[in-house]
Design a protein around this ligand. Structure first.
Ligand code: GCW
Length: 721
């Protein structure tokens, strides 16, 4: 079926879709849930404004635009206008670029379009020949696609389409998902089934789900995806797998989504038959150059390599006495002729080094500032340890003015309740993005570092470790969809509030009913703090059980490396609790710019949320609340557990407002979360009490079981490991 590029009446435009199949409410649609606008007046308004649809251009991307509009408008508006009298003035929707659409060209949007760049768009109400026109205009087809998703969002969230005047452009250039997906389809830290990539059936079978994945990412403006785990397998660089990756790239291309792969540093040995992977060896360099040429022959717009090197056992340049820049630059040189990038991770900490793990990446990378090639970005986790429920921002942000630093967030909730707990992560990410590094005096936020405005980086990026898998609802838990959604929205524009993102998501995913939206938004906004409270309050960190990281394990002290043990991080003893990172301890505070070094280093001035991150604090220390540290700890753990019970109650009050299927799954998961929050609280307090030797204060329940009971729990097959 070929759609004419000329103007079509909405009725005709939608008719060409055919009949929509009824779908069960299983979460598959994500936030792209285009269900009928029930309010007839509003629907009549949309019918009037969008009475004709004029989508110009015949590229695959414009075909995707037409497909999405048809799907969206068909679902939201139905095939026939409501029985209400619509306004006499019928409008037209025009979507295109000045090159593809005569109407767009006639509007002379030059300067405004210049300002939104190659991926941005304008969404405007205009008048052409006396007729109201709603214009989605961009410089490129993918910009048009992003704009159309925005328009659909306005309708999904029931915004009227009068006098729109929006200009949108991404603040960050490389907006990436990182899949920690293995070639055998297991997913490291994945809690939503197996990998979406069915390598065995690729390239011949292109699961339609790949297209829906691309649609979802494009709806957020994500433009890159790393298909494979950073704990990399060199096989993905062999011809057989490159052909498979190329098939995925073909599916994703119309949606503006580029494919990247992880490069195992020792690949020249493993699949190239060389004796070494030394980055300064000419044969090694030639091998990577030939490999890059080969990749670009099948994936002409290949994005580049993401690399984890000399970290947790992965091979790297240090195996040959070379530094991270020498390793990254060698790969960068191979990719440069093709315009490819290297995203080199800064998540390194050495097995031999006795230094505080929180300090090691900074020590390793700051001296290399300015020595990386132009097509290298250094990818830094949000905090200096490892995706904990709360960490202060990583001190590398602001400390490498000559090297583009990109942000790595973890969307999958390895340390925040994994596949079931409701934890909306936008507030956690915003806390980091909005943190002031003081790198160039007051007002130098982490966001300004990574969006390039502070140091003028040529490349800017944000990566999110994916939480997506084969589960029908994509993310295992429905509320984990909100984290994929929030990551994408923040990668596009880090200034949007957590609240606005949550509100959009709830309306698009569930319903616009304010009686549902308000309490659910409240739950979401408080959920991250609840997790911090029942797992790691007051700056505690890395207390999860070994390996799978499921459940509490603050007592673990027998792992081969000191810094894999929770006891390394909490340092509980009879005197107190917490890691002394002040000048009398590891002096990690000195890696922060003034006045943060002094603030974090002072017991009086350190923000309470980071107290035990930076200080070893006596059990009877008087907290701002008037409680002792011990009593405050009991209070926080108890509050976290209570917050979850509160969420459960709020949700119970919403029964009947959405479909039973999704309601029931959330209710069941909240019940699990309540049980596990209590487990976290009780196990942690039972354990810390063996050091504090103080009673549980009046009014707080004692742990339900003995410490021995919690120690005996064992989950050999917890997922994601
Ligand atoms: O968070 C830790 C995880 C590892 C992961 C590592 C990393 C991919 O426990 O599973 O490995 O970080 O980020 O490299």
């Amino acid at each position: 079926m070929k759609i004419a590029y000329a103007r079509l009446g909405l009725f005709l435009f939608l008719l060409l879709l055919g009949t929509a199949e009824a779908r069960a409410e299983d979460g598959y649609e994500l936030w792209l849930r285009y269900h009928r606008v029930a309010d007839e007046t509003l629907r009549a308004h949309y019918w009037a404004v969008l009475n004709d649809v004029d989508v110009a251009g015949d590229s695959p991307t414009m075909a995707a635009v037409r497909d999405e509009l048809r799907r969206g408008l068909h679902g939201l508006l139905g095939t026939e206008p409501p029985n209400l009298p619509t306004t006499s003035q019928k409008g037209v929707l025009v979507a295109g670029t000045p090159a593809s659409s005569a109407t767009v060209a006639s509007l002379h949007l030059g300067a405004a379009l210049d300002a939104v760049g190659s991926e941005g768009y304008l969404l405007q109400t205009a008048e052409v020949a006396g007729r109201r026109v709603t214009v989605v205009a961009a410089n490129t087809d993918v910009g048009v696609l992003y704009g159309v998703f925005h328009l659909l969002r306005l309708i999904q969230t029931h915004q009227p389409l009068d006098d729109i005047n929006l200009a949108e452009a991404p603040k960050i250039r490389h907006r990436m998902l990182n899949h920690w997906d293995n070639l055998d389809r297991t997913v490291e830290r994945g809690y939503a089934g197996f990998s979406l990539w069915d390598w065995h059936k690729l390239p011949d079978y292109r699961d339609p789900r790949y297209t829906d994945y691309a649609r979802a990412n494009a709806s957020l403006g994500l433009n890159g995806t790393v298909l494979t785990n950073v704990n990399a397998n060199a096989l993905v660089l062999t011809p057989m797998y490159l052909e498979k990756a190329a098939a995925l790239a073909d599916v994703f291309r119309p949606y503006g989504l580029r494919v990247y792969l992880t490069a195992r540093f020792s690949a020249p040995i493993e699949i190239g038959g060389l004796e070494t992977a030394d980055p300064l060896d000419p044969a090694v360099q030639a091998w990577w150059q030939a490999k890059a040429d080969e990749i670009y022959r099948s994936i002409p717009d290949f994005g580049g390599f993401l690399v984890k090197a000399n970290s947790e056992g992965q091979p790297g340049p240090q195996d040959y006495g070379r530094n991270h820049a020498e390793g990254a630059n060698m790969l960068a040189d191979a990719l440069a002729p093709h315009g490819g990038l290297v995203m080199w991770r800064a998540f390194v900490y050495s097995a031999e080094e006795p230094e505080d793990r929180a300090k090691q990446a900074y020590n390793e990378f700051v001296p290399l500032d300015g020595t990386f090639r132009d097509n290298v970005l250094v990818q830094v986790k949000n905090g200096p340890i490892d995706f904990q429920p709360r960490e202060p921002f990583h001190p590398l942000f602001g400390a490498m003015p000559e090297t583009p630093l990109m942000m790595e967030f973890q969307i999958t909730k390895e340390y925040l309740g994994q596949g079931t707990h409701l934890a909306y992560l936008a507030p956690m990410w915003k806390e980091v993005l909005d943190a002031d590094t003081y790198a160039s005096g007051e007002g130098s936020t982490v966001a300004e570092v990574i969006d390039g405005s502070l140091h003028g980086y040529a490349h800017t990026g944000m990566a999110g470790v994916s939480n997506i898998g084969t589960d029908r609802n994509w993310t295992g838990s429905l509320f984990d969809q909100a984290n994929w959604y929030a990551f994408g929205r923040l990668a596009w524009d880090h200034t949007i509030s957590s609240e606005e993102i949550a509100e959009n998501w709830i309306r698009m995913t569930f319903t616009n009913d304010p009686a549902f939206v308000a309490p659910v938004k409240q739950m979401m906004l408080e959920s991250h703090e609840a997790v911090v409270n029942y797992m790691t309050p007051l700056g505690l960190h890395h207390l999860m059980a070994t390996g799978h990281h499921y459940g509490p394990g603050p007592w673990v002290d027998d792992l081969p490396r000191a810094d894999w043990n929770p006891v390394y991080y909490h340092r509980a003893d009879t005197l107190g609790l917490g890691f002394n990172r002040t000048a009398t301890g590891s002096d990690a505070v000195s890696q922060y710019f003034s006045p943060l070094d002094e603030m974090y280093g002072s017991l009086e001035k350190v923000p309470e949320k980071y107290l035990l991150w930076f200080h070893h604090v006596p059990w009877d220390y008087a907290m701002p609340s008037g409680r002792t540290l011990w009593a405050e700890l009991v209070h926080r753990y108890s509050r976290g557990a209570a917050q979850v019970r509160q969420m459960q109650e709020s949700w119970a009050g919403l029964e009947g407002m959405i479909d039973d299927e999704r309601y029931a799954q959330v209710a069941a998961f909240l019940a699990m979360q309540a049980k596990e929050a209590r487990w976290w609280r009780d196990a942690s307090l039972a354990y810390f009490q063996t050091f504090s030797h103080r009673p549980i204060p009046d009014g707080y329940a004692p742990p339900e079981h003995s410490l021995a009971y919690y120690l005996s729990l064992n989950f050999p097959y917890a997922p994601g490991h």
